[in-house]
Design a protein around this ligand. Structure first.
Ligand code: FRU
Length: 492
């Protein structure tokens, strides 16, 4: 147990140099080797952005969780740092689960994570107890706190369950450290608990910030809570969600609650709820308040349900989304790719007022590392097209299709022919708001497609494993559509 961290770091030293750049995304975070899931500890430390992640270096599947580590100054270029935490202590021997990070006033970096310890009951079943633990470090090396765990079963409110008590997100505000943590409640669903501390080490229960009441899934994982444009936002990733129209998909889903914060009761009063992302691959998002004040979010660009599904030869598993800037407009969460990505645009190809009816290719419009915006208007003012299709990552065999159907104002993304070796969930439909024109911005980075509709009113993330040579793009519509295209290569 003792040498687990050393073993992980040695493994990285040996295998990371063998990673081939031409097998990897160019600007989306991966583990380099092994498996990653949730983003952890997304925070500012000594004027740089640190990102940790759930990590199993030794295989492309989930295993005893470590914390991997990268940092950036521009959200695009990420420097890899050595593995930060390994499950090497009695209280976290079965995993260092998700958590947060904050810069302490003395210049050290504090990590708070969930320690998992399994015990075997007399009937043979294994139960994992989850507690909140600390590690302190200098941005590279971390030492686990000798009084761990700092929050356990005794800190839970009545009905709280220590088997599902995880994923602390910590921050500092008005002289206090705060943590929000997910917890299973007596009604078998979930709640988000708020804890406080004067020094970051000595923690006490403060309030139940919000409860699920079996309304939006069950256990709420990976909470984050912050002020945004004068409102308060709670982000969480519910397990066992039931579908609700086209808003939420079943299974592991995402939930954004926008509301106001009752500071006396320390309780969030709900106004609006929505999914965070409408794609097949998005979970466990976490945010940071950037140095310039922006609220920037990153997520695991993957679904748990399909996490075994990848081409055989892929040397790594799991990637993060591109970081996104958040805002609120008309009571909804707006997401835009961080503006830093625009610095890496090159080779502009632009078209205006192109009439589309049959399948059309436009000279120079192709690629798999691209930032492209397509604006679509009906060709005839009095008659809307029946559908408009944008096909990307295309060759004779492959295609990933984005379709707008004005009749019910939905977008469908279909990745059934996008390089997957199994028949998994490949299609998502989601509602959009009606506007005079439709704006589709897509960012592609080899193995992913992120779609931003109408300046970020909806975002939808998809993993694709289409061979990179399939880089053709085409447009078609039933009934004329008029489009403008602005396409850039991304050279990162
Ligand atoms: C969410 C999650 C977290 C947990 C982690 C374990 O994806 O289940 O609740 O901390 O993954 O890897």
């Amino acid at each position: 147990m003792k040498n687990d961290l050393e073993r992980a770091r040695n493994f990285e030293k040996k295998y990371l140099p063998r990673v081939k750049k031409d097998e990897m995304p160019h600007f989306h975070v991966t583990g380099g080797v092994g498996w990653i899931n949730d983003p952890n500890g997304f925070s500012v430390y000594q004027s740089e952005y640190h990102l940790f992640f759930q990590y199993y270096p030794y295989d492309v599947k989930w295993g005893p969780m470590h914390w991997g580590h990268v940092k950036t100054t521009d959200f695009i270029h990420w420097a890899r740092l050595p593995c930060a935490l390994a499950p090497d202590s009695p209280y976290d021997k079965d995993g260092c689960f998700s958590g947060g990070a904050v810069e302490l006033h003395d210049g050290r970096q504090l990590l708070m994570y969930t320690g998992v310890k399994n015990t075997r009951r007399s009937n043979g079943t294994v139960v994992g107890t989850q507690t909140q633990c600390l590690a302190v470090g200098n941005g590279v090396d971390y030492f686990k706190y000798d009084k761990n765990p700092v929050l356990d079963a005794k800190d839970l409110p009545e009905g709280g369950n220590p088997i599902d008590f995880r994923d602390p997100k910590i921050w500092f505000e008005n002289g206090l450290y705060y943590a929000v943590v997910g917890n299973r409640t007596a009604d078998k669903s979930g709640s988000i608990l708020l804890f406080e501390s004067e020094d970051g080490f000595d923690w006490r229960f403060s309030s139940v910030l919000a409860s699920c009441h079996n309304q939006f899934g069950k256990m709420w994982e990976c909470p984050d809570f912050f002020e945004l444009d004068g409102r308060h936002v709670l982000l969480t990733s519910p397990q066992d969600m039931s579908s609700m129209g086209l808003e939420f998909h079943p299974g592991n889903s995402t939930l954004c609650i926008i509301g106001s914060y009752d500071r006396e009761r320390k309780h969030l009063i709900r106004s609006n709820t929505q999914a965070v992302d409408y794609g097949t691959d998005f979970y466990a998002m976490q945010t940071v308040k950037a140095i310039d004040g922006r609220r920037v979010m990153i997520a695991w660009m993957q679904s748990w349900e399909t996490s075994g599904c990848k081409p055989d030869k892929l040397p790594f598993f799991g990637q993060m989304t591109l970081p996104r800037e958040l805002s609120i407009k008309d009571g909804r969460l707006i997401q835009k790719p961080v503006h830093e990505i625009e610095r890496f645009r090159s080779v502009k190809v632009g078209y205006e007022n192109v009439i589309i009816s049959d399948e059309t290719n436009l000279q120079g419009v192709k690629g798999r590392f691209i930032d492209m915006t397509v604006t679509v208007r009906p060709g005839n003012k009095n008659q809307m097209y029946r559908y408009f299709k944008l096909n990307v990552a295309k060759d004779g065999e492959h295609v990933t299709m984005i379709r707008h159907k004005p009749e019910n104002n939905t977008i469908r993304v279909d990745r059934s022919r996008s390089g997957f070796p199994h028949d998994i969930v490949n299609v998502r439909d989601f509602p959009i708001a009606a506007h005079d024109e439709l704006k589709l911005r897509i960012i592609m980075d080899r193995y992913s497609l992120e779609l931003f509709v109408n300046d970020g009113e909806q975002a939808a993330s998809f993993v694709i494993y289409t061979p990179v040579m399939a880089d053709s793009i085409s447009f078609s519509s039933d009934g004329a559509a008029i489009i403008d295209v602005e396409k850039y290569e991304l050279e990162v």
